[in-house]
Structure formats: C-alpha cells, structure tokens
Design a protein around this ligand. Structure first.
Ligand SMILES: Nc1ncnc2c1ncn2[C@@H]1O[C@H](COP(=O)(O)OP(=O)(O)OP(=O)(O)O)[C@@H](O)[C@H]1O
Length: 274
C-alpha cells in the first residue's frame, strides 16, 4: 500500500467527499482487476457504478467496505484513511456502513424482525426487545406491512427479501449505503419501486449511496452521477448525460444501444417520475 503519510488530494480533503479512492490496485494472482482506480463519492449523492461483467465493480465495493485488502492505493472513508486505522478504529468506521449484497443474505432461520434486530443487538448492544421494536420501525420504513415482521425469508417474494435486506442495512442508521445489484432478479415494476424507495430514503435520511448495477433504468431513475469501470480504471465519472457522450465503445453500446435508449425514453416519460 502507499505511504500512509502521503498527502491526501484536494478532492479527498473536500468536506463533501465521504469516500475517496486513489490509485487503487487489486489483483488475484496474475489477474489484475484494478490498476489505479480513482473515485469519489460525495455526501448525499447516489453514485451508480457500471461496467462490463468482470470489470471489478464488486471487488471495488468489497475493497471499500474492508472485505478485500487492496494491493496498492488508498481508500479514505468519512475522512479516515482505512489502512492507517487500528482494528477497533476500522470497526467504528464500518459501523457507519450499510451493505446490501447481491443475494440479500438474510438468515433463513430468523424471521424478519430478528434479522433486522441482529446488528442492533450485536453492534449497538441493545436488549432484544428494544432491538426488535426498532427493527419493526425499519421494516415499515422500507414499505413492508407489520405482519411481515414475523415471516421467515423462505415465505417471501424476491422484492420483499430485498426490502428486508435493505431494512437490515439501515438498522444502524448508516452514513453510507452500499448496494450491489439491488434490482437484480426483480420484475420491472418491483425494480422501479425499489429505485424510488432508495431515492426517497436518501432524501429523508440523508445518507450517501454507492450503487453497483447493470440496470439502466436504475441509473436514470436514481443516480446523480455514474462511474464507468473499464480497462481496470474509472474511465469516466459524471452526470449520466455527460457519461453517455463519452467516446468509448462499451459506453456507446451500453447507453446508446436499444436498451439504453428505451431506459432514457422511460425516464423522459412524465409518469415514470411520479
Ligand atoms: N475471491 C476472488 N478470487 C479470485 N478472483 C476473484 C475473486 N473475486 C473476484 N475475482 C475476479 O475479479 C474480477 C472482477 O470480479 P467482480 O465480481 O468484481 O466483477 P463485476 O464487475 O462485479 O462483475 P459482474 O458484473 O459480472 O458481477 C473477475 O475476474 C473475478 O473472477
């Protein structure tokens, strides 16, 4: 990793930057996934991270949340350089993250209120009764009916599981929410409702969102900026309109191909924004 005392860039020093990644390198054996990734997430923004399959979107997310130790580069989160922190300091920072993994990852033997209460008991030390009371509030926040609290994951639809997993990610009132393919596997109506839920919760609760997705509709409906991972780096990170103009084959195929044009038309239709 880089010299820990090396100065942070102006971008990282900006009060508005909640995540600042610089010169990130990730390898698995001979497979170089990232070779100098630079990326900033600003306060209260929803940043969509896109790129072809295998370009390292999930590895980037895992490097930021501390599940993959980068081979080089720096990751600053909420003003702290992660590799300069002790284990307990890192845990303090990580408590300010909410993470929704691609496969939901709820415990099948626990009902929804128990699933959501778990981080409150384990990390915030709340007594069970209080934690489950707060868990029911979180479940209603994500739009689940009160009776869902006692249901087990196996009895739920994909959309309900995503919402419950989101409630669990929100359990500790995170400053940064990480979402890995949140709409994968949802039908278009469920996916659109989930996109809207993320925007509504961000507006109400004020967290920042790092969102890995393949879903063009999500980019149009929810994201303030979009970062494209390509050739082991961030090719461009900007508003959707500017990114779509980037002179790059993958970007042009993705944004201006038939699916991209359909997503843009849907976003331009007034009823889709209601
Ligand atoms: N634990 C691991 N061990 C070895 N290689 C890995 C590991 N995790 C990821 N990789 C490799 O890193 C590369 C990037 O994987 P990653 O899952 O981040 O891609 P992605 O952009 O999220 O892909 P997709 O869009 O298909 O989900 C791939 O080549 C993958 O095989």
């Amino acid at each position: 990793m880089n010299d820990r005392s090396s100065p942070t860039s102006q971008k990282c020093q900006s009060k508005e930057a909640v995540i600042c990644v610089q010169g990130l390198v990730n390898r698995f054996g001979d497979n170089v996934v990232h070779e100098g990734v630079d990326l900033t997430l600003y306060r209260r923004e929803i940043l969509g991270v896109v790129g072809g399959s295998g370009t390292g979107k999930s590895v980037l997310l895992r490097s930021i949340v501390g599940l993959k130790h980068p081979n080089d580069g720096t990751v600053e989160v909420l003003g702290q350089r992660l590799n300069a922190l002790s284990g307990s300091q890192r845990s303090q920072i990580e408590r300010r993250f909410g993470v929704l993994f691609q496969r939901g990852a709820l415990f099948s033997s626990l009902n929804l209120q128990e699933n959501v209460a778990l981080p409150l008991i384990e990390h915030a030390g709340l007594p069970r009764e209080e934690a489950e009371y707060l868990a029911r509030i979180k479940l209603s926040l994500v739009g689940l009916a009160p009776q869902a609290a006692r249901q087990f994951p196996a009895s739920l639809s994909g959309g309900m599981i995503k919402r419950a997993a989101l409630a669990r990610a929100l359990a500790l009132d995170p400053d940064i929410l990480f979402l890995d393919e949140p709409t994968a596997g949802l039908d278009p109506i469920g996916a659109a409702a989930f996109d809207q839920l993320i925007v509504t919760l961000r507006d109400a609760l004020g967290f920042s969102v790092f969102l890995v997705t393949h879903d063009l509709d999500t980019l149009y409906a929810a994201c303030d900026r979009v970062a494209v991972l390509s050739q082991k780096r961030v090719l461009v990170a900007d508003t959707l309109e500017r990114v779509a103009e980037t002179d790059d084959e993958w970007v042009q195929d993705y944004f201006n191909g038939p699916r991209g044009r359909a997503a843009q038309r849907a976003a331009d239709t007034p009823s889709s924004k209601e």
